[in-house]
Design a protein around this ligand. Structure first.
Ligand SMILES: Nc1ncnc2c1ncn2[C@@H]1O[C@H](COP(=O)(O)OP(=O)(O)O)[C@@H](O)[C@H]1O
Ligand SMILES: [Mg+2]
Length: 335
């Protein structure tokens, strides 16, 4: 079930975290974690977000799930995050806890680390019941029915309910994390590197489960990862992030097989090439480390590491320009 209706439209999102210093712990600076972020999330699709650590993927996911606002009251959040549901359209940016209440159950997150994201003092029933208590008006018996059903949906035994997180393997714990995200019957799941912390042997099982659940419940995924081949496998479209900006956005096949931005090409060069009969495309190696947002390079922030940078790249901030179906933020990108 794939339609072109955007369920969420993000426009010019910017997130600035305060930096405190001095004896009075006053705000001395601001870290721009992400800037100029615009994209849509269509109903039933999977949009993959890929980029190195520190590129701002988690910040984008948490902003959409309205978690930044909850945990950082002093954050500077600009732009709009428009949720279009039924005949309503609401900007989630700026909604406080209570104004967000009617929408919170619709957008849920799966976190990277299934060890630290589950409270070790709660049993599985309590973990799954918590969002139902806070975000729905279901009676106790309806909550229990929902929990039993969801455990079955994610492939866990009914008696898992009375057990604690430490009694489960990593893969099973992530199934609990997925179940917790699904209890409120959301429409949108933000999956923040959901398999990065798992053994390679169970990663595939968790990905398959996520794909089955998407089909069964018509879910829309924002799937965050640093591994481009994993994102390619699961996504309909891919957005590539570098130092807080989207540098390339397009359908998965184009981004993976015909990467246009030099950063996307470099990310792909790092992926082991699967077909031994085909020659590996020319490798582009990234020089140096990703800079921090506090000393972001001028112009195109990728220019110090870019193999095709020209002088103008130090001055001009490139805009995302559409080439066929793909948008690329580089005037020298291959067409
Ligand atoms: N709460 C915070 N306070 C200050 N800086 C933050 C905070 N959260 C993230 N950042 C900074 O924002 C940038 C993007 O981080 P993040 O979104 O976690 O990237 P990613 O998920 O791609 O690794 C990083 O430089 C990070 O240090
Ligand atoms: Mg992250």
């Amino acid at each position: 079930m794939k339609t072109s209706r955007p369920l969420i439209s993000v426009n010019n999102l910017r997130v600035g975290f305060p930096v405190y210093g001095g004896v009075l712990r006053q705000k001395t600076a601001e870290i721009t974690a992400v800037d100029n972020i615009s994209f849509s999330l269509n109903e039933g699709e999977t949009l993959g977000i890929v980029g190195e650590s520190g590129s701002g993927k988690t910040t984008v996911g948490r902003a959409i799930a309205n978690l930044i606002q909850v945990f950082h009251s002093d954050v500077n959040l600009q732009g709009t995050i428009q949720l279009n549901i039924d005949d309503q359209s609401v900007n989630l940016n700026g909604l406080g806890q209570s104004a967000m209440k009617p929408y919170r159950h619709l957008i849920q997150m799966i976190f990277q680390d299934p060890y630290s994201s589950l409270n070790p003092r709660l049993n599985v029933r309590e973990i799954l019941e918590r969002p139902l208590k806070i975000q729905t008006t279901l009676s106790q018996s309806d909550r229990l029915k929902r929990i039993v059903k969801i455990l079955d949906d994610v492939g866990l035994q009914k008696d898992s309910m009375n057990r604690y997180p430490h009694e489960f393997s990593g893969g099973q714990r992530q199934r609990i994390g997925i179940a917790r995200a699904l209890t409120t019957r959301p429409k949108i799941i933000i999956a923040d590197e959901p398999v990065s912390a798992l053994d390679v042997s169970v990663q595939g099982q968790v990905i398959n489960l996520m794909e089955e659940l998407q089909q069964a419940f018509g879910l829309t995924y924002l799937f965050i990862a640093h591994d481009l081949s994993l994102v390619y496998h699961i996504s309909d479209r891919i957005g590539v992030m570098y130092l807080g900006n989207i540098v390339e956005l397009g359908d998965s096949k184009s981004v993976y097989h015909k990467p246009r931005h030099p950063y996307t090409q470099a990310l792909l060069s790092a992926v082991p090439y699967p077909d031994p009969d085909k020659k590996h495309p020319e490798r582009i190696r990234l020089v140096g480390d990703i800079p921090t947002p506090l000393n972001k390079p001028s112009g195109c922030s990728f220019h110090p590491r870019c193999p095709i940078a020209e002088h103008s790249c130090q001055i001009e901030v490139p805009k995302l320009i559409k080439h066929d179906g793909t948008s690329v933020a580089c005037p020298y990108a291959r067409s």
